[in-house]
Write a protein that binds this ligand. Structure first.
Ligand code: PLP
Length: 453
């Protein structure tokens, strides 16, 4: 039973606190109340159909209401919806662990489940920390985590500590544990005194210097491989990830790859690390894991790290961490069905085809007087709006230009969600080309509209 739409609107305003949302403005915006999904479309209570241009916040893979995934969930639903992994096991979570080990970079043999990207990262940090305390030759002073400037790894206190997005994180400063940050190798606005090349050289030098000088106290290096999503789709230069891996290997620093956003086909390979032949010590996945259907996450690691947690119970080497819904059977069933579709439908081929197509379609924006940069890796696209193209001067935040583009797109039945003044396109990996065209048409028109107002 569903309340009539005007009542839903009223109750939304009365009771619901939306994430990452200025709630005072939200009241006046009458956001669509989504009632159902059909393929790559979202349908609201008024019967409007919207193209889902952001994969329901970067997680949807094969579309909505996909018969094969729905059937897998229903099949599991008829057996059991939830049972714990504390003291018990369950078939879907076992089979999924096996499937993940088979598909992730070789050497990641152990799977620890949780239910969101933030928990997957939180677990990675705690595993890395505890590993140094318990490994064969313990290094108890290894307690410092290294992260990149503008990193985003989730919203729990631990993941905010390794996060570096001022707008989101500044207020919690005094609550966080100390971390070390290295510059992010991206060049839209190089600091004064640098050109693009000299800035890149500086980034590599700073990386090496920070790691070498602090090597004995570093617990782990966490990175979003290839693309820093929430920072505004910042694409790293080719070879950066590989260099990070070489250095961390050399210095005995575990590398944590946060593939929460880039995993499951987003960048053109099933996992982004593959593109630089990198084996991380710990890999975090979430968003696309269940096809974007249900809250499910996993943290994978090597035998080397896992073995440090083995011993007799009284030796207290156990990883005392777990979430109630860890390894939820419905989520695992959805994930297994999603992985099957990846192969049956050659989703990666579709990603690579559409990535090229989008690059061609958006090329026209490069000349646009209010587009500073179009950044793209696979099906992650960020279009940065600027007031002035000559010096990439940003618009005043109060103009909410990115938001204006989103509103213009919504009027044309496309759902977008910007990151500040970066327009993000994150079409589902399985979206067909004709819908990609529709998405590009509306985005180009909406940018034009919002920047000429
Ligand atoms: C979204 C995201 C997270 C957090 O995932 P949640 O499921 O929202 O907790 C962590 N890391 C990266 C790179 C992300 O994009």
């Amino acid at each position: 039973m569903t309340a009539p739409p005007p009542l839903l609107r009223q109750w939304d305003n009365d009771h619901l606190w939306h994430p990452f949302t200025p709630m005072q403005a939200h009241r006046d915006e009458s956001v669509p109340i989504i009632q159902s999904g059909e393929g790559f479309f979202l349908i609201d209570t008024e019967g409007n159909r919207y193209l889902d241009g952001i994969s329901s916040l970067w997680c949807n893979v094969h579309g909505h209401a996909v018969p094969e995934i729905d059937a897998a969930i229903r099949y599991q639903l008829d057996k059991i919806s939830h049972t714990t992994l504390l003291g018990l096991a369950s078939a879907p979570s076992i089979e999924l662990a096996r499937a993940l080990v088979e598909r992730t970079p070789e050497g990641l043999n152990k799977v620890f489940y949780s239910d969101s990207g933030a928990t997957a990262v939180e677990i990675a940090l705690k595993i890395a920390f505890q590993y140094h305390q318990q490994k064969a030759s313990p290094e108890k002073e290894r307690t410092l985590f290294v992260c990149l400037e503008n990193a985003y790894h989730g919203d729990t206190v631990g993941t905010v500590s390794v996060g570096q997005i001022d707008l989101f994180h500044r207020i919690f400063g005094s609550l966080l544990f100390q971390t070390m940050r290295v510059p992010s190798p991206v060049i839209l606005r190089v600091p004064e005194g640098h050109c693009a090349e000299s800035y890149m050289a500086y980034c590599y030098e700073a990386l090496e210097k920070s790691l070498i000088e602090n090597q004995d106290r570093i617990a782990g290096f966490i990175i979003e491989p290839l693309v820093q999503g929430a920072a505004g789709i910042l694409v790293h230069p080719q070879g950066y990830l590989k260099r990070v891996r070489e250095l961390t290997t050399e210095l005995g620093i575990p590398l944590i790859a946060d593939e929460v956003a880039v995993g499951f086909g987003r960048t053109g390979t099933l996992f982004a690390c593959e593109q630089e032949a990198v084996l991380p010590d710990i890999l975090c996945v979430a968003k696309g894991l269940s096809g974007g259907y249900l809250p499910l996450a996993a943290t994978l690691t090597t035998d080397e790290i896992y073995n440090a947690f083995l011993g007799e119970p009284h030796e207290q080497r156990t990883f005392y961490h777990g979430h109630t819904f860890t390894g939820n059977p419905l989520g695992a069933a959805a994930a297994l069905a999603s992985l099957k579709l990846f192969e049956e439908r050659d989703i990666l081929e579709n990603v690579n085809h559409n990535a090229k197509h989008i690059a061609k379609r958006l090329a026209i924006l490069k000349e646009h007087p209010h587009v500073g940069e179009v950044r793209q890796k696979g099906l992650m696209i960020g279009i940065e709006l600027v007031q002035n193209k000559e010096d990439n001067k940003p618009y005043a935040a109060s103009l909410r230009k990115g938001h204006q583009v989103t509103l213009a797109a919504r009027k044309q039945n496309v759902i977008l969600r910007p990151l500040g003044d970066v327009i993000v396109l994150m079409p589902a990996p399985a979206m067909p080309e004709e819908l990609i065209d529709q998405l590009c048409d509306v985005v180009i028109a909406s940018i034009e509209q919002a920047t000429t107002e």
